[in-house]
Each structure stands twice: as C-alpha cells, then as structure tokens.
Design a protein around this ligand. Structure first.
Ligand code: SF4
Length: 139
C-alpha cells in the first residue's frame, strides 16, 4: 500500500480549486492558488485534487478530510467544486467564488489565458484574505 499520503507534510489549509481550463476564471483559480502557495509556503497551504475527489479515490479523500481547514475555490457561478464537495460529503470550511465574490469576469470558451493582471491580483488577494480569515477563526 502506498504511504504517499501518510508521510506527506500537513499544511494548515488545504485548497480545492476548480481549475476549469476552458475559461479565464477557471484557469485563474489554478494560477492564483499556486501564487498563494508560493507566497505563504507549503506549511500554510496545500493543494487537493478535485479530479480524485470526484472519482472517489479514497486516499485523496481521507487526506483532505484530515486537514485542519479546507478552502474551496470556484471560478464562476456554476460552482463546480462546491457541488462536488457537497455530493461527496467532503470537508469545506470556507468558500470563495471569483465571479460572485470578487466580480471577476468569465471569458471563454477556450480563453484560459484571457484574464488581466488586475484580475490575477484581485484573485490572489481574495484567496489570501480568505486564508487569513480561516487562520484567525481557528485561534
Ligand atoms: S466553476 Fe466555472 S470556471 Fe470552474 S470548472 Fe466550473 S464552470 Fe469552469
């Protein structure tokens, strides 16, 4: 049996992002989440795998259930990850939707790189603020 998930380090906040590659806001969830990982470091944040969650892979499910906190990020009002998380009964402590909460315009289909620098900065700031809120609420 693989010990990959047992031996891995445990960040304070696990993130599920939609990564919807067909549109600007979906791709932005990926870009912003990884920028936050670079800025805060792996002790603070770690990425979950939404595809594995949707597919029902047990190791991935358990790993994310065992995180102290889980943040779910969706790019647009379709709210795909929130729906998957609810359907699978997975952990979600906080939620941010780039369309509904940050007012970032969705461009697509097949325009994953059509977001502006301002969109990127707003997304990174929004995710960072949400993580800071989550950390504050656990003290
Ligand atoms: S939430 Fe929106 S951007 Fe993300 S995967 Fe679903 S449809 Fe695509």
């Amino acid at each position: 049996m693989s010990t990959e998930h047992e031996d891995g380090q445990k960040p304070r906040v696990g993130i599920f992002y939609c990564g919807g590659a067909m549109s600007s806001v979906g791709e932005l969830t990926h870009e912003a989440a990884f920028e936050v990982l670079k800025q805060l470091g792996p002790q603070e944040v770690g990425m979950g795998c939404v595809s594995a969650l949707a597919a029902g892979v047990p190791n991935h499910f358990e790993t994310m259930q065992n995180q102290e906190k889980v943040l779910v990020i969706d790019g647009c009002p379709n709210s795909c990850v929130r729906r998957i998380v609810k359907e699978k009964g997975a952990k979600m402590d906080a939620y941010i939707n780039f369309g509904n909460d940050l007012g970032i315009e969705k461009k697509g289909p097949f325009k994953p790189l059509s977001y502006s620098q301002e969109d990127f900065e707003r997304a990174v700031d929004g995710v960072t603020a949400k993580i800071r809120d989550m950390e504050g609420s656990s003290e």
